[in-house]
Structures are given as C-alpha cells and as structure tokens.
Design a protein. Structure first.
Length: 456
C-alpha cells in the first residue's frame, strides 16, 4: 500500500492550490482526478473561464451585427477558441502541479476507511492508497430534475455540455431562471439565438434588490429574451430535427419550439461513489459534505473544500477554503469560514450584475437604521464611452456609523467596482472615504463620487 502525507480527491481550485502548497513544504502529496478533461477543476473547464470567454465573444458579435450566417460562423469560431483556451489551461494546471512535486493520479476515488482511498484507474486496475490526511474537493455537478423526455434527449443540454455545441441554436429554451440560466440567456441572445427562459418562480431573481431585478428584467426583455414566470415545464419532446418544450403557465399550456434545451436548475455537490460512510463522514440534508468553520469533516484528519462542502459555489471560495485548510497544517490555524469577510459575486450578464452584503430589506430586518442611494448607470460618463449606459447602482448604508452594509451594481464593469466595496467593508471604512476619494477619469469607479454623494 502506497503511503502519503496527503491525499487530495479532486483537481479543483482548492485541491490544486493546497496540493502545491503541501508538496512545496516537502510533504508527499497525491492528487486524484477522475477525468483528465477536468484538470484544474470546474472553473477553467466548464464554468468561469469558458463561459466568460463566450460572453466576451457574444458581446463582440452583437456589436458587429451582420447576417444570421455571420452570427452562426462567429459562434462556431468562439466555441473552437474556447476549447483551445481550456485545453491550454488544463495542461498548464497539470504541469504546475507536477512541477511542485505533486503526484497526479488518474482514476475514480472512493473511501475504504478513514485513511484509505481506493483508486479505480481508467485501465480497470485498482489500488489502495493510505493518507495521513485526506481532502475532498470533488466539486458539484448540474442537477437535472425528473422532467419527462429530458433523459437521453439529443436536444437537451446542461451548462457543462451546452458550450460543446458547435452550431448556434436558432431557438433556445432555458429551463431555470437562476443566475446560470440568465447568463446563458444573455450570451446566446447576443450571438443571435431566440431565447426563452422558463422559471417556476413567480418572482424574478427574488434574492436581489427589487429595483435591480426590475432593471435586469427590463433590459433582458428589451433585447428580445422572453421570460416566462410562474411556469412549469411539463415535458420535453424530441423530434427528428428539433425538440419542443411543453409548459404550463398563467395563460395555459404552450409548446415552445427548441433547437436546444438548456436545463439550468442548479448544481449539487458531487459525492456519488465516494463511499463517505466507510470513513465515517457525515453529509448535510442537501447532500453536501458536512464541515465545521475550519472545513473539518466529522472524521478526524479529513477536510472538504469548495462546492462539495455545500457553501457558495464560486471558485474564489474554493481558493479561500484552501487557505483555511493550509493555515491549519502549515500556519497558525487562525483562518476560518467565519472570518474571511464579505463575499461579493457577479452574474455576467450584459452588463454584469454584482453584489456584496445586505439588501435594503435585509438590513432593515436586522435592525439597522438604513440610508440608501440609487443612481442610473447612464449618469456615469464611462458607461457612454463603452456604449453601455444600461443599469442601476444602489448602496445600503448604516445611518448610525456610516459603514457600508451592502452594494448592488448592475452596470458595465460592476465586477471590478464591487471588489472595492468589499475591501472597504472588510476594512470597516466609512462610505464617506469612498465618496470623497479621487478616481481616475473616465472610469466606472468614479461613479462612487456621485452615487455616495446621494446617500440620505
């Protein structure tokens, strides 16, 4: 039985970063990955990087216009460029791990005990590895609900497989009005597809500020994206040349023609086949690996990081998880999930929607004396320079101490602006510091001068 100081299951952001740190400290470290096509994890292969590559190409295509044939050709080229990029990044991630001294092992991992991991290799062989410490970083997979006609349907895709389609769909139906579904709706609309979004919820992106949500809804529908709220998907039909989605909403039943159907109903922790019970590892009601604030599982010397641990499904959370775990092994053990500060996020629409902290309703419910400010993105000169004046900016302020409670930006470059707000919140700075700061011009961040000047 081969023995290691550390065994890491899954080549995701947290796992690969931790592996490099531990191997660099002189510890024997094995990194097990089921698929060579997933070296580097979800982000670079099927999520952040390829989707944002398509988003960029889609925006450029929309600006260029042209015939339907032109748009289809640009889409096919964008998919090919995406494949090249992700392939290069996979090899870069593999090389980086190996050069750090990590032993990368191809195969499907499962627990045989609290310190034993069985690896089933692609050639059919199995071996047992022993690790003093074991780390689970297997990520999450798209969830496909039991919709009649979905399974085995050649026109049905998930977010992982949709980006492998070489031909631009003329009619795209997206089941699910969450962030993933809306991002794809924006991409494919910009490429030239006719997009319909079907959501069972009555409220559009209900977790967001109501005025931000309205601005997003209005922009998407103005672009020709049809959003069906309070609508249930009954069946997906598979024809010879195209499919169809049967839905039922407030207006009754309707058949939606579809060259492609994207099921975007969320992602679930990937624990199938891990045999967690053999190691005494508990799971949550939602099927994630149960951890404490140090990301320790119920079994000694076993940790879980990233999406599989049931937290926010962002690659930067997986990265921070690796910092928390690394600090326990190589540092002082002071970092936890409770002291990592505010967590911003961005939904890459066109323009992107970004948020950090509380909404106005959440702040009031928590007992804060709230002050707010709202400003259209069109008031920012840089928005016009970028030909992207759509959007809305909103901040939530604690009226007693002038600290920022939350920020909600739906505008060009909001993905960069929100990081500045997160930094100010973590540093416990008053909003007036950002209000009176000197920013370069023309930039979107200088909007903070005017936006925060409206606080009352």
């Amino acid at each position: 039985m081969k023995q290691y100081d550390n065994i890491i299951i899954g080549f995701g952001k947290g796992g690969k970063t931790l592996a490099g740190a531990l191997a660099g400290a002189g510890q024997s470290t094995a990194l097990i990955e089921e698929s060579p096509k997933m070296y580097g994890g979800t982000c670079i292969n099927v999520a952040c990087i390829p989707t944002k590559t398509l988003e960029h190409s889609a925006r450029l295509s929309a600006a260029m216009g042209g015939s339907p044939e032109d748009k289809k050709a640009r889409y096919t080229k964008a998919v090919a460029e995406k494949r090249t990029l992700t392939g290069n990044l996979r090899q870069k991630n593999y090389g980086k791990a190996v050069s750090a001294g990590v032993e990368v092992i191809d195969g499907k991992a499962s627990f045989e005990g609290p310190h034993e991991v069985k690896v089933a290799s692609p050639d059919g062989k199995t071996e047992i590895l022993e690790g003093k410490r074991i780390f689970i970083n297997t990520g999450a997979s798209p969830f496909v609900p039991p919709i009649p006609g979905a399974k085995g349907n050649k026109f049905v895709y998930t977010s992982d497989t949709m980006m492998e389609r070489d031909e631009l769909p003329e009619d795209l139906v997206i089941i699910g009005g969450g962030y993933i579904g809306l991002e794809f709706a924006s991409y494919y609309s910009n490429f030239g597809s006719k997009v319909t979004v079907v959501q069972i919820e009555d409220t559009f992106i209900p977790r967001e500020e109501a005025d931000i949500a309205k601005a997003v809804y209005d922009d998407l529908t103005d672009r020709g994206i049809r959003i069906l709220k309070n609508t249930k998907t009954l069946e997906i039909e598979e024809g010879e040349r195209r499919g169809a989605v049967i839905v039922e909403g407030p207006g009754g039943m309707e058949t939606l023609p579809a060259d492609a159907v994207l099921i975007a109903t969320g992602r679930r922790p990937d624990i199938d086949g891990l045999a967690l019970e053999k190691a005494g590892i508990e799971t949550t009601e939602r099927g994630a690996v149960k951890t404490d604030e140090y990301l320790r599982t119920s079994a000694p010397d076993i940790w879980a990081m990233g999406d599989v641990a049931g937290g926010l499904q962002f690659t930067y959370i997986s990265l921070d998880d690796s910092r928390i775990v690394r600090d326990q092994i190589l540092g002082q053990g002071e970092r936890t999930t409770k002291n990592r500060g505010e967590v911003p996020y961005t939904v890459f629409l066109d323009p992107p929607m970004s948020r950090v902290g509380l909404s106005e309703a959440e702040a009031k419910a928590a007992g804060f004396e709230v002050k707010t400010a709202v400003m259209p993105a069109a008031a920012v000169p840089k928005a016009h320079v970028m030909r992207k004046p759509q959007g809305l900016l909103k901040v939530i302020i604690d009226g007693k101490n002038d600290r920022i409670l939350g920020a909600h930006f739906y505008s060009a470059e909001s993905q960069e602006m929100i990081n500045l707000i997160k930094l100010a919140m973590d540093a416990d700075l008053p909003y007036t510091l950002l209000r009176d700061n000197i920013y370069t011009h023309p930039t979107m961040s200088e909007a903070l001068n005017d936006l925060l000047g409206l606080v009352k």
